[in-house]
Design a protein around this ligand. Sequence first.
Ligand code: HEC
Ligand code: HEC
Length: 439
Amino acid sequence: MVMRKGVPAVFIALLAIAALACGKKGVPYDDQPSTSLRIEIVSGNNQVGPAGFLSDSLKVRVKTSTGQPVPDITITYAQITPVDSGHFPTPTWNIRKTDDQGIAYSLYYVDTQVGVDTIRAVASGLDDSIVYFVLQVTPEAAKKFVKVSPLTTLTTVAGQPMPVPYIVRVTDKYGNPVAGHRVRYVVQDSSVVVTDSTLAAGFESDTAYTRTDASGLASATWIFSVDYPGYYFSSDLRAYDSLGDLVSFFGAGTDPGTLTYYGAARPIFAAHCFSCHPSAYSDYSLDFYYQVKANGNMIPGDTTSPLLSDILPAHELTHLNFVEQNTIIRWVVTDNAAPGMSGLNNYHDNMKPIFDAHCISCHGDASPSGSYSMTTFDGIRGDGSDAVPNAIPGDAGCRLSLKMASATADNMRLYFGADSVALADSVTRWIVVDSLRDY
Ligand code: HEC
Ligand code: HEC
C-alpha cells in the first residue's frame, strides 16, 4: 500500500488564514482602504470523498473592501500538496476569470490515494492574494482481496497454533485500505481457525469471522488437530470477503509426540475448567495431576473415563473447541495420561529424593513416627497424628511447613544435616510456591 504523507486539515486551514492575512501584505491599511481588493472562498472547501472523486465547485469571489464584486480578475488554481497528484477536468480549467458577481470556480479530480489534497487559488494583480481548498480523500468501495502472509506452506506441530497469523487485506480499486470489512475464515478438515471474535460467533470451530482494521488487514490463527490418523498431513484454510472473493492458504501439521498433563492438558483445563473447579474446590479440582485422577474421574488409557464426557458442552456449557477436545482425548486414551513435567519443583524429581535421604528412616511405611509416612506423595499429603493434612498446597501454616521453620528439637529441619537451611527452604517453596506440584 502506498500511503502518502497527508497534510493535516487543521494545519492547512491555518495556512489559509495566514495566507489571507499575508495577502494584504504591502497594502496600506488606513490610507487607501477603498482600493484594496480581496479574494475569499465562497464554497468548496473541506470536501470529503472517495479516491478519485470529482470535487464540487471550488468557488471564490473577488470584491472590494466595501463589498463590491470585481469582474475579470484571473484566478489560477493549482494543486500544491501532494504535488499534481489529481487533475482538472481539462488542462485549461486551472485558469479562470471572475464574472460580474466577482465569482470564479474550477473543479478538480482528487488523487486516487487517501490523504489530503490541497488546491491553491491565486488572484492575479491583487498582491498575490491566495486561498486554499482542502479536499480529503477517503478509500473507494472494497474491491481487491489479497493474501498478505504467509505466502508459503508452513508446517507446525499439531495442537499448537501455526507460528504466524494468516493475514489478508481488503483494498479499494486503487489499493487504499478498506477498514471494517467482514472477512470469513473457513478450514477444511482436522483443524480449527480462531479470530478475535470467535467466541461472539458461537462454537463453530471450522468457521471464524472478523473485520479488517484501519490498514485493511484481517488475521486468524490456524491450529491442526492432534488426532489425525497419519502425520504429516496438510490441509487448506480459506478466507472470503463479503463480496465472496476467496484466497487460500496451505499448511501442514506434524505428530505432536506424547501429550502430557503439564504440557498439553493442564493449559486447556486452566482456560476452560478452573473457573468452576479451582484448586480448593473440595469435590473435584484439576490443578494437579493427582487431582485429575480423583474419584475415578480419569483412568489412564480408558475411553470411558468420566472426564471425557465432561469436556463436552453438555457439561456446564464448557466450550472446548475441536482441537482442544481431541487433545484431552488423545492425552487420556493414547498417551495414557502422561503427567509430564511442571517446570517447577515437583515431588517426583525434586522432593522425593530429599525425603528418602533424610526423613523416611523414621517416617517409613512400618509404624512411622507421628503416624506420618513420607515414602509416597499420598503419604506426604496424609494426616499424620490428627485429622488435618500435613501438607496443604500454598499454605505456609501447614504442619509440614511449620516443621521446617527452625532447627529446634521439636522441628524436623535438623535432620537435613549440614544443608538444613537450603533443603528446608526447598521443601517450604515446594509447598507454598509450587503448590505441592507432583510432577
Ligand atoms: C460453569 C461451571 C463449570 C465448568 C466451567 C466446569 N465444570 Fe465440571 N462441574 C461443575 C459442577 C457444578 C460439578 C458438580 C455437579 C456435576 O457433577 O455436574 C462439576 C463436576 C465435574 C466432574 C465430576 C466431579 C466429581 O467427581 O463429582 C468432572 C469430572 C468435571 N466437572 C470436569 C470438568 C472439566 C474437565 C471441565 C472443563 C472442561 C469442567 N468440569 C468445567 C461445574 C463446572
Ligand atoms: C530421627 C527420627 C526422625 C526423623 C529423621 C524425622 N522425623 Fe519427623 N518426626 C519424628 C517424630 C518422633 C515425630 C513425632 C513427634 C513430633 O511431632 O515432633 C515426627 C513428626 C513429624 C511431623 C508431624 C507429623 C504429625 O502429623 O504429627 C512432620 C511433619 C515431620 N515429622 C516431618 C519430618 C521431615 C520433613 C523429616 C525429614 C527432614 C523428618 N520428619 C525426619 C521423628 C523423625
